[in-house]
Design a protein around this ligand. Structure first.
Ligand SMILES: NC(=O)c1ccc[n+]([C@@H]2O[C@H](COP(=O)([O-])OP(=O)(O)OC[C@H]3O[C@@H](n4cnc5c(N)ncnc54)[C@H](O)[C@@H]3O)[C@@H](O)[C@H]2O)c1
Length: 314
């Protein structure tokens, strides 16, 4: 399909930033939210992010006006779905809710319309369980914030057709993403499996008393964190020398954490209601100035990458 007509179901954290990704690339998009308050929050999030992109000179004010004109926010489902050829679902991460919505969308939309889920880790086959056309269901997992992170993991389910995967790939490339295809449903897909392997080991090192959490964070930020942005694990191994990596693996693998659950520091935080930045304390204390500093720093770094990516495209 040359010109997909895209609609997004859900205007929350992911829905509105996926819409920004799409409209930034010059495509029209409709976003459905489940009530006016929800839509207002989505629209405000969209406009704030657009403003930040202007402030960092990623786009001009004139371009921002055009981008705004490409997005329709609505709480009328029929208006959102009308003529859609590619629907991205970004509603809460509950299997029963997603199944219910896919059944509804399957019933409403012609069999040519792709139904993509932004699920963080649910199985596309399970999500499509009650649909008549499971071949057009696929996961397109955008990362948060979707307009700044290039990776989108396309996860195919047992019945997902090649054509569905190809259309997802074509659309994601068109909006300047770096899509990968996960050929087999695997819990957490790729990115989250790797991220959580690192998180488990970071907790393990802390629990051993080998280093402070600030130093563990610094160790990642100032070493592999910098390098992994250029070379993934296999490229890093090849460039380091496989004989060396094999020798280190042989004594290190048996010593790495194989814990089946979160470790004690994390459990203590959760038991005490310390959920992190969102409620003021987690591993770190999140007062207003620390929150602002970290949000600004992360946004600035990610935007620098977006600028580099855009330069490569031009
Ligand atoms: N937030 C993240 O960091 C992140 C990253 C990647 C993937 N995801 C996945 O994206 C999906 C959406 O996550 P989010 O963080 O945007 O959630 P969110 O809570 O911010 O937004 C969900 C949106 O879904 C709609 N909604 C709410 N309740 C609904 C209901 N009962 N029925 C239908 N629609 C309803 C609303 O428009 C709401 O804004 C989830 O599957 C999540 O796992 C989230």
């Amino acid at each position: 399909m040359n010109h997909e007509r895209i609609s997004i179901i859900g205007s929350g954290t992911m829905g509105h930033s996926i819409a920004l990704s799409i409209s930034l690339a010059g495509l029209d998009v409709k976003v459905w939210g489940n009530n006016q308050g929800d839509l207002e929050r989505g629209k405000n999030g969209f406009l704030e992010k657009l403003e930040v992109l202007c402030r960092y000179n990623v786009i001009t004010q004139e371009e921002a006006e055009k981008i705004k004109g490409r997005v329709v926010f609505t709480d009328v489902l029929e208006q959102c779905l009308q003529e859609a050829t590619f629907i991205i679902e970004a509603i809460p991460e509950t299997l029963a809710l997603k199944q219910e919505w896919f059944q509804k969308l399957d019933h409403y939309c012609g069999p040519e319309t792709i139904l993509a889920s932004n699920t963080s880790g649910l199985s596309p086959s399970d999500i499509a369980l009650h649909t008549h056309y499971p071949e057009r269901t696929v996961v397109t997992h955008f990362w948060n914030p979707a307009h700044l992170i290039p990776l989108v993991e396309i996860v195919r389910g047992k019945h997902t057709s090649d054509q569905t995967v190809e259309r997802a790939l074509a659309l994601l490339k068109k909006i300047n993403k770096k899509p990968i295809v996960v050929q087999k449903e695997i819990l957490g897909a790729i990115g989250n499996r790797l991220q959580y392997a690192l998180f488990r080991e970071a907790q393990h090192i802390l629990e051993q008393g080998a280093a402070t959490m600030e130093d563990i964070d610094a160790a990642v930020r100032y070493s592999i964190g910098r390098r992994l942005a250029v070379t993934g694990p296999f490229l890093s191994a090849d460039m380091g020398g496989l004989d060396v990596f094999e020798s280190i693996s042989s004594y290190l693998f048996p010593d790495l954490s194989a814990s089946q659950t979160s470790l004690s520091a994390m459990n203590h935080c959760v038991e005490e209601g310390r959920y992190g930045q969102k409620n003021g304390a987690g591993f770190y204390e999140w007062n207003e100035s620390f929150s602002k500093k970290m949000n600004d720093e992360r946004e600035r770094e990610l935007i620098e990458w977006v600028k580099k990516d855009l330069k490569q495209l031009s």
